[in-house]
Design a protein around this ligand. Sequence first.
Ligand code: PMT
Length: 407
Amino acid sequence: METKELQNRRLLLGVTGGIAAYKCAELVRLFRQRGAEVQIVMTEAAKRFITPLTLQALAGRPVRCDLWDIQAEEAMGHIELARWAELVLVAPASADFLARLRIGRADDLLTTLCLATEARLAVAPAMNRVMWQHPATRDNVDVLRQRGVEIWGPAEGEQACGEIGPGRMLAPDELVRRVGEFWLPRRMKGVKILITAGPTREVIDPVRYLTNRSSGKMGYALAQAARDAGAQVTLVSGPVSLVPPAGIECVTVQSAREMFAAVMERIAGQDIFVGAAAVADYTPLRIEKKKIKKNSRTVTLELARTVDILATVAALDTPPFTVGFAAETDGLKGYAQSKLERKKLDMIAANHVGPGLGFEVDDNALWVFWPGGERRLSRAPKQILARKLMTLIMDRYAEKNSIENSG
Ligand code: PMT
């Protein structure tokens, strides 16, 4: 039976001018086969490489090319399309298109849509290798990536111009795979997941506390990715200034002790636990009832170890699939692998932390380890990384369950 993992997903496929445009015929066929609704928008240059009629026949709906289409624009067609799309994929994306996207042009239908949409945007570059490696293109791609645009490819190999190098559009089946991963099929339906996020505050006296730089962005992005994939999500959050994603249960706590209690109260029946919070390792032994006065030149705080929430969850009699994080300034791989083994985790996601890294910022990069495997997830906005990590978690979780059920 055909898998319909993109059933009813609304995909807007932008086609720009490049020889790889001919591959869009196969791309559209694969998307349709998987159940997606595909709306095609072509630039003028694209029409020189493949006809709208071909793509229209495959997509099963009229191809849009013109920003000035009087009939379509009667109902503000370009805004309607921008709202309709759940994902905009531009494939092939020419060097010219990337440059126009970078500077925010809106002089044809496709660039206008890209500016007007709130949907996620992915591009599959395709061009001559020298054009791809040109500093202007590199710069455009860097800026787009920082803005959260997904850059898929290009692949290396023989090019239409006879040269060999990076610049080929990714193969249609690879693009379909990425779209599936990006969208995360609702494979977490029925799965219960508990995620911790943010920092903790360890009170010293009525006006002071110890904390760290965690903003909660990574944990909140994970909660959103899991919710989008159909999971039932509980988020236990330290004090942050983020709004919890709709449709999840969010429990707010202040200290490591409160976080521990909130997690342990809710852990029974959870399938997956992810510890993304930056939990204080130490807390003041005593909380002063009155504000500490500055009577002496130095002051000594006596600190006690907090309970390790992650290790406690992993050591339960029937633990959920347990995923930790490792925040390190150095020795990322070594420390992460030793935490994985020592705490008996199913998976650990390691990230570098320091000025502009890991904490607070919108981007992150992860190095993920599990018993017998590893995967690097390169620098990207936390929302995108969260989806990739959730895909990895689900792959390992499904594998572990199938081994346990067959054993
Ligand atoms: O919140 P952001 O600004 O987006 O930043 C994201 C992040 C850097 C905080 C996040 O990606 C991250 O790395 N979180 C874990 C931070 C951390 O405390 O790492 P650690 O190496 O000190 O701890 C290892 C693991 O043990 C973590 O899963 C942590 O949640 C857990 N732990 C630690 C101490 C404790 N008492 N209980 C715990 O459960």
